[in-house]
Design a protein around this ligand. Sequence first.
Ligand code: AMP
Ligand code: ZN
Length: 470
Amino acid sequence: MTTLSFHNSLTHRVQEFKPIADDHIGLYTCGPTVYNFAHIGNFRCYAFEDILKRTLRFCGYNVKHVMNLTDVDDKTIRGSQAAKIPLNDFTQKYKDAFFNDIKTLRIIPADVYPAATAHIPEMLEIIKALFDKGIAYQAEDKSVYFSIAKWPRYGQLVHIDHDQMKAGARVSMDEYAKESVADFALWKAYDEADGDVAWDSPWGKGRPGWHLECSAMSSKYLGKTFDIHCGGIDNMFPHHEDEIAQSEAANGVKFVNYWLHCAHLMVDGQKMSKSLGNFYTLRDILEKGYTGREIRWVLIGTHYRQSLNFSFKALDDARASLQRLDALRSRLLENAAVADDKQDAQVDEILKNAIDAFTAGLADDLNISAALAAMFDLLRELNKLMDEKRCLGINAKNALETIKKIDSVLAVFEPDQDDSVPPEIQKMADDRQAARKAKDFATADALRKQLDELGWVIEDTPKGPRVKRK
Ligand code: AMP
Ligand code: ZN
C-alpha cells in the first residue's frame, strides 16, 4: 500500500498516515446546515474531501465516509418559521438541493448522511456521561453546559491558554470566536423563539447544541476512535475543539487521529460566506453557463491548505484546460480504433511513470499541483507519441486506461452528461419562440443573444427549437 502523508491539525505537521485497521478507514466530514443552498465556498471544502476520499481509494483503502446534515439549529429554526412550514419540510428542500449539487460536482456521496434530528437519544447519552463525570452542569438558565475548567485538555487543537479562560463564563450560541472561549452549551433549554422545535430530556425540554451532533453521530457510525475528521478551517474553533472535548471526556479515549482542514474560498480577499453576502451558490454559476465539471476543476486545482480566490476568469481558464483534455481523449479514442496489438515498451514506461508521479504527488499531503503536473506531462508525451503514430491500438487503449485511473481521483475527464436545461433558460428559449411567432424579431434576437452570452444555443430540430449548452 502506498504510504500517504497528511498535515494533521492536531500536531501542526505533515505526518505519515497510519490507519487504525489495515485497509479500512473511518472518515467523518462536517456537512451542510440545510437552511439554504450551499455556496461554492462550502463546496470547496466538500471537493477537497472528495479528493481525499478518492485518493485513499486509489491507494487501495476502503473508506467508510459519514457526513452529517445539520437540520436543527438557530438558522434552520428561523428559516422554517419565516417560511411558515414545519422544520422537516423546510430542511428537506435543501437536503435535496445538496444531493443534486454534489452530483453536479462529481462528488462521491458519503456512505451515511445522519441527520441531527434523528440522533437526539445518542446526544443525550453523551450529556449523561459528562454529567456522571461532573464535567457537565445545568445552569440557572436551565441549559446544560460543558465545564472547560473540569477538562484541562480543552484547547488541544487551537492551543488555548488556560490562564486566559474566564472561570464560569458561558456561551450558548453555536458559533463564537476564540476570544469568547467559555463553557459551551450541550443542551439548550427551550426558548419560546424555538416554536414547536423541542425534545424532552432529563434536564427539561430543549434542543441539542450543534457541536454535540458531530460527536454523537461520528462515534455511532465510526466508533469512539476513528481515523480522519475533516472540515473547513473556520470549523476548527469552536466546533472541532468542542467535539474533541465532549467526545474524549465522555468516552475516555482519543477521538480522532488525523484532523485535516481546508483553507477558505475567498472573494476579493474575504472568506466567501452567507453572512458577508459575497457568495455564489452552485446554481448561480450554472446559470451563467458554466458546467459542474468546470467548477470542480477550479475547486480542486489549488492545494487544500492554500486559500483559493474565486473568479470567473478561473472558470474561463478551466474551460480552456478541459478542452485540452477533451481533445486528447478524442484523439486517443480515434487511435485506439486502429488495429495494432503490438505493445510499445516506451509507451508502457511513460504510462507507468505518469501513474508513479501522480501517486507521489497525492501521497505528499494531497499535492494537487504535482499530481496535475504529472497529468499534463503525460498529455504532452501522448500527443507527441500520437504525432509520431506510435500510440495506436493497444497502446492507445492502455493510455486511456491510465487516464481512467488518474480520473478515478480527479473526476474531470468524462465530458458532462448532464444536458438538463435550467428552468430560467428554458423560459427564455420559450419566450424567444413566442416572440418569433408574433413576428417580434427584435425581442427574439435579443433573447437569442442573451442566451448566447449565458452559454446556450438554440438548435432547430424537426420537433421544434431545442436549447442546448454551447
Ligand atoms: P456550514 O454550512 O457553514 O457549517 O459549512 C459547511 C462546511 O463548509 C464547513 O466545513 C465549513 O468550514 C466549510 N466552509 C464554509 N465556508 C467556506 C469557504 N468560504 N471556503 C471553504 N470552506 C468553507
Ligand atoms: Zn461537525
